[in-house]
Design a protein around this ligand. Structure first.
Ligand code: HEM
Length: 501
């Protein structure tokens, strides 16, 4: 997207504007906070201006502030608040998270209304992830679960999974360089699979390139500095180039997706997600609009691709660094060459669980909010939650808690084997939360079992057919993190791969 059209001369002006408006907003919030009398107070937090300065300096997403947030939690406790464009609350305690997300029922099941460009990419908050908690959300979530993610549907796509992995293994082996970068090849294989599950069609290489790029650009808009959240009428003029770029991106996404959604399908074609969306009827008989279906398909592709690819990149990096773990996975998958019963492979499953614990693709859940219509004050960890607050949960911090996990920052799949501390851990968090890579409660990821299945199957195939070694013998893979849409490897995994004989 062409962002060069944003004149650099407008940047200082914008920053001034932001600082001015935010200072005003902060002052108002503080006044309101003071006016609360004897009621519970807001969670503690840093002075807004200090935080704002860091935020502006970053010019990216609030989720880039991970290390700063860890510091703030150490200073202020497990629940903190920051007053920015709205009150942002951050929760770093597993018990508080369990009380809010699970025991609290629907209290925290709301989402904050999206700002542009997310609003545009979600057709005005009409995909599942951003729609308000209510009948529309329920209808679509049920449709996704029963028509695209049920065990029967997932089984239906076994041949497509097999062929995606065949393609991946052969492209890994035919790379010219001595060491290959896994992520782009893995992303392509996973994306092609998800496109097939979504549209029931196989696209040619050129079309696939374009859709993958469109999706990636749309995704990045979620993690760039949320400039249009502030005075949108003004900022859309100041940053006209960027805004027009987003408009063009959305237009092109609709041009490409709408024919794929409405394509005629034969009897023998697999039942795909787009087909189920065409059949969805609201209680008054209403159908989904094209814009809504485009956003729902886009959510399906991105929800199912980036998260799983990030997870796999991390797991394979751990297996390169830990040859003994790779050898144990290999022993298990070699003994089960058809890979048709992943349940019978406890070590493989443990390696994927450990990947999800130590390297959750999302270091935060999607932002939650409290229901506007609820009576009385909502509290979290003993503090008040204002009605317009955005509540964020620190997934990675919770899963790396030394009080819960031994050597919490080390990759040890053994902890999930029978008799060990993590055996039988409840990934849905309903009983208690020890890790929550998919969230917990009403808004928990509906694609969690497909995500786990894809991760297990891809690891099994990549290890069964290839031996993985670092680019230089004896060298460790760098495990530094950075935020893309998910938290990815700062230097994506490069490794030498050898066909197993
Ligand atoms: C390893 C793979 C995956 C991970 C780690 C993951 C993680 C997450 C997380 C953390 C959330 C937010 C939960 C919350 O806000 O409380 C979420 C929501 C969601 N995920 Fe996933 N996800 C994965 C795979 C998938 C797949 C395969 C799909 C569908 C094809 C999917 C579709 C969704 C949707 C639609 C939501 C929004 C749910 C709602 O708001 O009700 N995800 N996911």
């Amino acid at each position: 997207m062409d962002q060069a059209a944003d004149s650099s001369a407008t940047q200082p002006l914008l920053l001034l504007l932001l600082l001015g408006s935010l200072t005003l907003a902060v002052s108002l919030l503080v006044l309101i906070g003071h006016g609360r009398g004897g009621k519970a107070r807001l969670p503690p937090g840093p002075p807004a201006l200090l935080f704002l300065a860091k935020f502006v300096a970053l010019r990216r997403s609030i989720f880039d502030l991970g290390p700063l947030l860890v510091d703030l939690h150490a200073r202020h406790g497990p629940v903190i608040s920051i007053r920015l464009f709205r009150t942002l609350i951050f929760v770093a305690d597993r018990k508080v998270a369990h009380r809010a997300l699970v025991q609290g029922g629907a209290t925290f099941a709301e989402r904050p209304p999206p700002a542009d460009p997310s609003r545009m990419f979600t057709a005005g908050g009409r995909d599942i992830a951003s729609s308000p908690y209510g009948p529309y959300w329920r209808l679509l979530r049920r449709n996704l679960a029963s028509e695209a993610l049920s065990p029967a549907r997932v089984a239906h796509f076994a041949a497509a999974r097999r062929s995606a992995c065949d393609g991946l293994v052969s492209s890994l082996l035919t790379q010219k360089e001595e060491a290959v970068t896994l992520r782009p090849l893995l992303r392509r294989a996973m994306f092609e699979l998800l496109v097939f599950m979504c549209f029931g069609a196989r696209l040619d290489r050129e079309a696939l390139d374009e859709v993958e790029e469109l999706q990636h650009q749309a995704l990045l808009s979620f993690t760039t500095f949320p400039v249009f959240a502030f005075f949108p009428a003004v900022t859309k003029k100041l940053f006209r180039g960027r805004w027009e770029g987003y408009l063009a991106l959305r237009r092109r996404q609709e041009e490409v997706f709408v024919p794929l959604i409405h394509a005629k399908r034969g009897d023998g074609d697999p039942p795909c997600y787009a087909e189920s969306l065409l059949a969805v009827r609201a209680s008054d008989g209403g159908r989904l609009t094209d814009a809504e279906m485009v956003s729902l398909c886009s959510e399906f592709l991105n929800g199912g691709t980036d998260t799983t690819v990030t997870l796999l990149d991390w797991i394979m990096a751990e297996l390169v660094n830990r040859t003994e773990v790779q050898a144990k996975v290999y022993e298990e998958v070699k003994a089960n060459p058809e890979l048709n019963d992943l349940q019978a492979m406890p070590y493989l499953k443990a390696a994927v669980m450990e990947g999800l614990r130590l390297h959750p693709p999302g270091h935060f859940l999607l932002p939650h909010a409290v229901q506007q219509s609820g009576d009385g004050d909502v509290e979290i960890g003993g503090y008040a939650v204002p009605k317009d607050a955005e509540v964020n949960f620190l997934v990675a911090e919770i899963a790396r808690d030394e009080a819960v996990w031994t050597a919490a920052r080390e990759f040890r799949p053994e902890r999930f084997l029978e008799g060990a501390e993590g055996h039988g851990v409840d990934i849905t968090g309903s009983r208690e939360i020890k890790m929550m890579p998919f969230g917990a409660g009403r808004r928990m990821c509906p694609g969690y079992s497909l995500g786990i299945h894809h991760a297990e199957y891809f690891v099994a195939r990549m290890v069964r057919e290839l031996e993985w070694r670092p680019p230089v013998d004896g060298e460790e893979v760098d495990m530094a993190e950075t935020l893309d849409f998910t938290t990815v490897m700062k230097r994506p995994l490069r490794a030498r791969v050898f066909a197993r004989t």
